[in-house]
Design a protein around this ligand. Structure first.
Ligand SMILES: [Zn+2]
Length: 386
C-alpha cells in the first residue's frame, strides 16, 4: 500500500467524549463564520484527504509553497489550503475559536490559532495560477478572500457524510477496501461528467495494467448547465452494474471545489488520490484548466502532465492517454487518430453534443452512450444545474 502523502494519514475527526466535550465548549468560544468552501476544506483536512495537513497552513509553509511548490520540510504542495479573515485582530494567536457555517447554530469545527499573517495576493495567484487575470475564476476567488490568513490546527465536530454517504468513504476507509480487494496498484479516474463510451474505453484500458480502478466524481459547487451531482453518480453506478467486473472497480466521490489551477491543481489532485490509497491518476488534457473570456485556455494542453516531471518524489504516478477518440464506424470500435486512419467515419464523443441531446431528451447513439446509462439519466426531472 502506498504511504499517505508526507508519511502519515491525518485524522482530526472528534468522536465520543472528546466530541461531546468540544460541542459543549464551542458555545463559549469566540465565533468565526466560514464559507461552505472552507467548511469543505476543513472536513477534507480532518478526514485525511489533505494529509499531512492538520489544519490551515502557516506563513512559513505558505511562502515556501509560493517559492518552491513545497512546504518547509520539503513535502510537495502546490496550492495551499488557507483560512482567511478580514482583519488582523479577527482572531488572536493562541486562541481557540469555534467555526460556524453561515446561518448555522452548531459549530462545525474548532480551530487553535497559531498565527495570523498577511499575504501578497498578487504573488500568490501568480504562483498558483500562473496569472493575475481576474477573469480567471481561481484568481478572482483568491482576490475575494480576506487580507489576513490564519494558521492553526483544526478538530472536526460535523463529520456528516452528506447526501451521498454510501459513496463518500474517507481515505482510511478506501485504503481498507483496496487492501481487502488485494489491489497493489490502483489508478484514479477523476470526472465531473456522465460517462460516455469513450470514458469506458479509457477506464477499461487502464484495467489492463492495474489491479483496481478508482472512479472519483468531484462533487461540489457547480456552474449552471453542469450535470447535477446525483445524475453523475447514478449514471456511473448504472454503468458499473451493467458493464464492469465487480471486483476491479470502486466508485467514491471527492467532495472538493475545483480551483481551476491547471497543472498546480493536477498535483493537488494527485496528492489527494495518493491519500485515498491510489498509486496512479489519469490526468486529462488541460486537466483542471479553464479558458479566458475569449476562449483561450490559460494552460497548455499537456501542462498538467508535464509538471509531474518536476516532482519525482511524489510517488503517485500520472497517466495521460493521447489521441482524439471517437467511435469508428469502419473499425466498429472505439478508436483514435493514433489508432486507425478513419477519422472521417468517427462518431464524436463531444460533451457539448451529448449535453444538447440529453437537454432535448433525444436519443444519444449507442456508439456514444450505453442505453442503460441514458435511460437512468433521463429518469431525472432535473438533470442540469439551473
Ligand atoms: Zn477505424
Amino acid at each position: 500500500m502506498i504511504a499517505p502523502h508526507g508519511g502519515r494519514l491525518t485524522n482530526r475527526i472528534l468522536t465520543g467524549a472528546e466530541l461531546d466535550e468540544a460541542t459543549s465548549r464551542a458555545g463559549s468560544l469566540p465565533k468565526l463564520t466560514i464559507s461552505d468552501v472552507l467548511a469543505g476544506d476543513i472536513q477534507n483536512i480532518a478526514r485525511g484527504v489533505f494529509s499531512p495537513l492538520n489544519g490551515f497552513i502557516g506563513k512559513d509553509d505558505f511562502e515556501s509553497i509560493i517559492a518552491n511548490d513545497r512546504m518547509v520540510d520539503g513535502t510537495v504542495w502546490t496550492i495551499p489550503i488557507i483560512l482567511d479573515v478580514p482583519e488582523k485582530d479577527s482572531v488572536q494567536p493562541g486562541q481557540e475559536v469555534a467555526l460556524y457555517r453561515s446561518g448555522e447554530e452548531e459549530a462545525m469545527a474548532l480551530l487553535t490559532v497559531s498565527e495570523v499573517y498577511d499575504w501578497d495576493k498578487q504573488a500568490a495567484t501568480a504562483a498558483f495560477f500562473g496569472t493575475n487575470d481576474l477573469n480567471h475564476p481561481g484568481v478572482a476567488g483568491m482576490y475575494a478572500r480576506g487580507d489576513w490568513l490564519v494558521g492553526g490546527e483544526i478538530s472536526l465536530i460535523d463529520n456528516d457524510r452528506g447526501p451521498f454517504a454510501d459513496v463518500n468513504l474517507f481515505p482510511a476507509e478506501t485504503r481498507e477496501v483496496f487492501e481487502k480487494n488485494g489491489w497493489k496498484t490502483v489508478i484514479a479516474f477523476q470526472t465531473r461528467n456522465v460517462p460516455h463510451i469513450g470514458h469506458e474505453f479509457l477506464q477499461k484500458s487502464v484495467l489492463g495494467f492495474t489491479d483496481g480502478l478508482f472512479i472519483q466524481p468531484i462533487i461540489g459547487k457547480k456552474k449552471s448547465g453542469d450535470f447535477r451531482d446525483e445524475v453523475i453518480i447514478s449514471s456511473y453506478l448504472t454503468l458499473l452494474d451493467n458493464y464492469y467486473a465487480k471486483d476491479r472497480v470502486f466508485l467514491n466521490i471527492l467532495p472538493t471545489e475545483m480551483r481551476y489551477g491547471g497543472p498546480k491543481e493536477a498535483i493537488l489532485h494527485a496528492i489527494m488520490r495518493k491519500n485515498y490509497g491510489c498509486t496512479g491518476i489519469i490526468i486529462g488534457r488541460d486537466h483542471a484548466g479553464v479558458s479566458d473570456p475569449n476562449g483561450k485556455p490559460y494552460y497548455g494542453e499537456e501542462a498538467a502532465i508535464e509538471i509531474f516531471r518536476d516532482f519525482p518524489d511524489l510517488e503517485i504516478e500520472p497517466f495521460s492517454i493521447a489521441g482524439d477518440f471517437g467511435y469508428c464506424l469502419k473499425c466498429n470500435a472505439v478508436s483514435s487518430d493514433r489508432m486507425c486512419p478513419h477519422g472521417a467515419d468517427f462518431v464524436s464523443f463531444s460533451g457539448t453534443e451529448i449535453r444538447s441531446l440529453i437537454q432535448s431528451r433525444s436519443k444519444v447513439p449507442e456508439q456514444v452512450m450505453r442505453p442503460e446509462v441514458l435511460e437512468r439519466i433521463l429518469q431525472f426531472d432535473d438533470i442540469f444545474v439551473d
